[in-house]
Design a protein around this ligand. Structure first.
Ligand code: UD1
Length: 418
């Protein structure tokens, strides 16, 4: 169990933003299709990326890490099962399902099951793979998928699930014939995966739209590829500056990917400047309430920034309303924030934040990755030191969080565990 100690302070300074965790993971899965070396740049040093490396090595791939570069060679793949402990470590390991199946003709793993954000069904992932010709048995929490060959198909998704779109896309690249994924997710990480797939010789079109078309056939060669910047990490640092009356300049960001968050922070009174791959924010002493924040699939407000923005708004004049439409149980941070003096009422998908004059330091527990980031933000804007337990949740998504915040002028210190 790891703990971090946070001393309040204004988040002020400059930093570059890490590569996107949610791009690196599906691209690592897609690298399984490639018979040749994939050199992947911009890979953040994160527990989830380490878990994905373990999965690839377990499957028989050669993986080397040099600084932020991963060299992956899947030529020698020799296994098709992901061990239970690796599935437990990273529930999004299900992203490997389509790739393993496509490459080896079978795949075995445990069901990701319920998690911190509520139930995490994978029915759309399985439906997509079945449409591509896979036989899938589910028994006692285990999934066994097999297919002698995959064939192109029409895949209509009932909701634009990010993970289901990724699984369908990767498997379709190895299928024979044409696949059309309708109501596909339009998150920037999907477009990043499509660009990677094209770089290794796959024929995919339609990124950034709701219809993806894949002309099947295994990828033909290795490549060198750099993943996009992590919009959620960038958004978290902007929220931290907003919460503390600070001022930041972030380098290496894709500014367009942060449009909805920047809209909300501007309404709240922050001054935001964007120029090519850089974003600056200057926050007032006290934020105002923005209009209602409704989480939606991209280009809507990202569910992953709901908790960080909520943490930034705890001391506003008036009240702010959130509507979480993506995940059913994504307000677990609210009870922890209340331990610091926040006034939040949760009712179904809604949460109402009534601004309080001040927060106080407290001992709190990270409930999940982004909820944990929200606790860091609130602690930085509180009146005394805080300790966050189970900080390993936060390490799953934020590279070198102590170093980044040190560059931004505040102290986030590790006091226990790894
Ligand atoms: C990805 C991101 C996560 C982000 C989420 C939504 C990664 C590694 N994770 O998660 O950070 O919060 O997108 O932007 O990229 N659903 C089903 N059946 C399915 C699949 C999903 O009902 O087969 C539901 C989920 O329960 C949830 C909603 O669809 O309510 C969205 O989930 P999805 O877009 O699939 O999220 P993930 O890919 O798991």
């Amino acid at each position: 169990m790891s703990e971090i100690l946070i001393s309040p302070g204004r988040v002020t300074g400059e930093t570059r933003v890490q590569g996107a965790k949610n791009s690196v993971l599906p691209v690592m899965a897609a690298a399984l299709l490639v018979r040749g070396e994939v050199v992947l740049r911009g890979c953040p040093a994160l527990a989830d990326v380490d878990s994905a490396v373990h999965i690839l090595r377990h499957l028989g791939c050669a993986v080397r890490r040099e600084a932020d570069t991963l060299c992956i060679d899947a030529s020698g793949i020799s296994d098709y099962a992901i061990p239970d402990d690796l599935m437990r470590r990273m529930r999004s390991s299900v992203i490997f399902l389509g790739a393993i199946l496509a490459r080896t003709g079978q795949a075995r793993m445990t069901y990701p099951g319920g998690c911190e954000l509520g139930p995490r069904p994978i029915d759309m992932h399985l439906d997509a793979l079945r449409r591509l010709g896979a036989h899938i048995d589910e028994e006692g929490g285990r999934i066994f998928a097999r297919a002698e060959s995959l064939r192109g198909a029409e895949i209509p998704l009932r909701f634009p699930s990010v993970g289901a779109t990724e699984n369908a896309l990767i498997a379709a690249c190895a299928a024979e014939g044409t696949t059309t994924i309708r109501n596909a997710a339009r998150e920037p990480e999907i477009a990043d995966l499509v660009r990677f797939l094209r770089a290794v010789g796959c024929r995919v079109t339609g990124e950034n739209t709701a219809v993806l078309t894949v002309e099947g056939g295994m990828p033909s060669h290795g490549t060198q590829y750099r993943v996009i910047a992590d919009r959620i990490a960038a958004g978290t640092y902007l929220c931290a500056a907003a919460a503390t009356g600070g001022s930041v300049l972030l380098h290496d960001v894709e500014t367009a990917h942060l449009a909805t968050l920047c809209g909300a922070l501007t309404e709240a009174g922050c001054e935001i400047g964007m120029e090519e791959r850089r974003i600056s924010l200057r926050a007032p002493e006290k934020l105002r309430a923005p209009g209602m924040i409704v989480t939606r699939p991209y280009p809507g407000f990202p569910t992953d920034l709901q908790a960080p923005l909520m943490a930034a708004l705890l001391r506003i004049d008036g009240s702010a309303v959130f509507d979480e439409t993506i995940f059913r149980d994504r307000y677990r941070h609210a009870a922890e924030l209340a331990k610091m003096g926040a006034d939040i009422v949760c009712e179904g998908s809604r949460a109402i934040v009534c601004g309080v004059p001040a927060l106080h330091g407290a001992r709190v527990t990270a409930t999940d990755l982004r909820g944990g980031a929200a606790l860091v933000i609130a602690a930085l804007s509180a009146g005394g030191d805080s300790v966050i337990a189970e900080a390993e949740h936060i390490d799953r998504g934020y590279e070198d969080i102590t170093g980044v915040f040190a560059r931004l002028g505040v102290r986030v210190q590790r006091i226990g565990g790894t």
